[in-house]
Design a protein around this ligand. Structure first.
Ligand code: TPP
Length: 319
């Protein structure tokens, strides 16, 4: 990544962080209902991987912590927020909400509520690419706890047997709701589990975007060149609870503070300042412009958009 790329990504990461924090506020104000899972702390994961891939061109699928992945693929933040508000202008017409953001035009193949559900879907997308002979890859972002689902094993097995162009990205934030990985998972290093299926794998720091990018580049190039599936594990942390009803009683405030010392946005910001490519004033201005955009464009759009019409209740319902 050039310094210009890094500055753009820093602006994007600030947008992703502020968007998520604004969702939190809107939820407290009861503007957003249902479930809400937020991403602050993990921004370098999605951004680092997608910078090494091709947003809007490669296929992306993930779990319910999905807003940032959609925005990174090119979905307009306004239509993501409208979706969270349950409005007709949302990317799933307000029928899906936070856990079901979907935007096929930008090849964001959706967020899914069922833990592990996206694994076989990602492999299916990869099979489709393989059959059509395209140069896209299928990227599946999921948390560490998802790897304890049976579909993880079934999917990795077939992905290798069929040599599918699929990249599995494990965002290892070390908790499955309130359960520490130490208490739920026999093999703590998730990338080691991929060797059971003879799949190439690596683990790296998920807080420093340069590191994520470097590892992701190797992984993406490997998959795109036709060598088959790859499993990349990113070590990260979510600042907020699992969802809005989680008061984080299962972990210490000291642990949280320790992780915040390695905040992905601050790491990138400080590197750009050290390189003379950014000043602190400029960074503050980026934050301010981002907040203005979110308030004046994103929130305004969601607030002013129409509710779905009751007469259309069954429209878009497939089952
Ligand atoms: C099949 C299934 N089982 C259980 C749940 C309940 N559940 C929701 S989130 C979650 C933990 C998932 O943690 P992880 O995969 O590590 O993702 P993270 O939330 O850390 O991003 C569980 C068990 C579910 N949604 N689906």
């Amino acid at each position: 990544m050039t310094l210009d790329d890094k500055k753009r990504v820093l602006r994007e990461m600030v947008l992703h962080r502020r968007f998520e924090e604004r969702c939190y506020q809107a939820y407290i104000e009861r503007k957003i209902g249902g479930f809400l899972h937020l991403y602050p702390g993990q921004e370098a994961c999605c951004n680092g991987v997608m910078e090494a891939a091709r947003p809007g061109h490669d296929y992306v699928i993930t779990g319910y912590r999905d807003h940032v992945h959609a925005i990174k693929c090119g979905t307009d933040p306004k239509v993501v927020m409208a979706e969270l508000y349950g409005k007709e202008t949302g990317c799933s017409k307000g029928r899906g909400g936070s856990m079901h953001v979907f935007d096929v035009a930008h090849r964001f193949m959706g967020g899914y509520a069922l833990v592990g559900g996206p694994f076989p879907l990602a492999a299916g997308i990869a099979k489709g690419i393989q059959m059509k002979g395209g140069d896209e890859i299928s990227i599946c972002f999921l948390g560490d706890a998802a790897n304890n689902q049976g579909v993880f094993h079934e999917t990795l097995n077939m992905a290798k047997v069929w040599n599918l162009p699929v990249l599995f990205v494990c965002e290892n934030n070390q908790y499955g709701i309130g359960t520490s990985i130490q208490r739920s998972t026999a093999v703590l290093d998730q990338y080691k589990r991929a060797c059971a299926y003879n799949i190439e794998a690596a683990q790296c720091d998920g807080q420093d975007i340069d590191t994520v990018y470097e590892y992701a580049k190797t992984a993406v190039d490997y998959v795109r060149s036709g060598k088959g599936p790859y499993f990349l594990e990113l070590m990260t942390y979510r600042y907020r609870g699992h969802s809005m009803s989680d008061s984080r009683g299962y972990r210490s405030r000291e642990e949280e503070e320790e992780w915040k010392l390695r905040d992905p946005i601050n790491i990138l910001r400080d590197k750009l300042i050290a390189a003379g490519a950014l000043s602190m004033d400029e960074f503050t201005a980026i934050e301010k412009a981002t907040d203005d955009y979110i308030e004046n464009d994103v929130m305004k759009f969601a607030e002013e958009s129409p509710e779905p019409n009751v007469a259309d209740l069954e429209k878009y319902v497939l089952a």
